[in-house]
Write a protein that binds this ligand. Structure first.
Ligand code: GLN
Length: 252
């Protein structure tokens, strides 16, 4: 009798522990980002804020989960989601064919444009200048971003110039300020913020490439991807995403 009771109690304990564990785990949604990409994600008063942080929060609320945001290097985002360290990524991340082989993307919620930042009076006046034979431009980029990938393929691999890779977009801009690079190729919205903070720099009118941003989820989590996609779709449809974007990027 005593034994049975003890056994039952033990079983109950194990079950409770299990349930508690599961509940805790499934009730938190971990979003990974790289908070060096204003206005999509940046640090303010020690907190990660921005468009992606707010959309992620709205998604989590819709799914009845608590949101946790992890701030990591941009090139750790995809590996982290692949190994299950993070549930999803929102980082102004462009949908590309290569990345689609590594992760699943939700529908897109914003567009970005790769632009070129130069010093006022620079000899570089159009995107074409980077592709000229003998131009030998030194291009600053953020490591593992599409700006890095495209400039590497189209310019460095073709022997037309060189690419200097930095962990932060702001560091690439700093390198431009101190003439370590001739230009920076980066997404338009952070470019605007960086140029605003650095007198003497400007963004060239010529656009390099237009891209779509989406959230990334592990290929092993089709249900989670469907949940996030559905929540995101609703937030797009009811205007929440637009409101969040316009809060950070006032319509011109
Ligand atoms: N949109 C670019 C990319 O996906 C840059 C994103 C970023 O730096 N956060 O590569």
């Amino acid at each position: 009798m005593k034994k049975t009771l003890l056994f039952a109690l033990a079983a109950l304990l194990v079950l409770t522990l299990f349930a508690g564990c599961n509940g805790g785990e499934s009730n938190t949604l971990t979003m990974a980002t790289n908070a060096e990409f204003p206005p999509y994600e940046f640090m303010e008063d020690g907190k990660i804020v921005g468009i992606d942080a707010e959309i992620a929060q709205a998604i989590a609320t819709k799914l009845g989960k608590e949101l946790k945001i992890e701030n990591v290097d941009f090139d750790s985002l995809i590996p982290g989601v692949q190994t299950g360290k993070y549930d999803f990524v929102m980082a102004g991340m462009t949908v590309t064919e290569d990345r689609k082989e590594q992760v699943d993307f939700t529908q897109t919620y914003a567009t970005g444009v790769q632009v070129i930042i130069v010093k006022e009076g620079s000899k570089i006046t159009t995107a074409d200048d980077l592709f000229k034979e003998g131009a030998n431009t030194k291009i600053g980029v953020q490591l593992a971003t599409t700006g890095d990938l495209y400039c590497t393929w189209d310019i460095e691999d073709e022997g037309l110039g060189t690419v200097e890779r930095y962990n932060k977009g702001a560091d690439a801009v700093m390198a431009l300020n101190t003439d370590k690079v001739d230009c920076v190729v980066i997404d338009n919205e952070p470019a605007k913020v960086f140029v605003q903070n650095n007198p003497g720099l400007k963004i060239l009118d010529t656009e390099y490439i237009t891209e779509d941003y989406a959230a990334a989820v592990s290929k092993d989590q089709p249900e989670l991807k469907a949940d996030i996609d559905k929540a995101l779709g609703e937030l797009i449809a009811d205007g929440t995403v637009k409101t969040i974007i316009e809060k950070y990027i006032p319509a011109e």
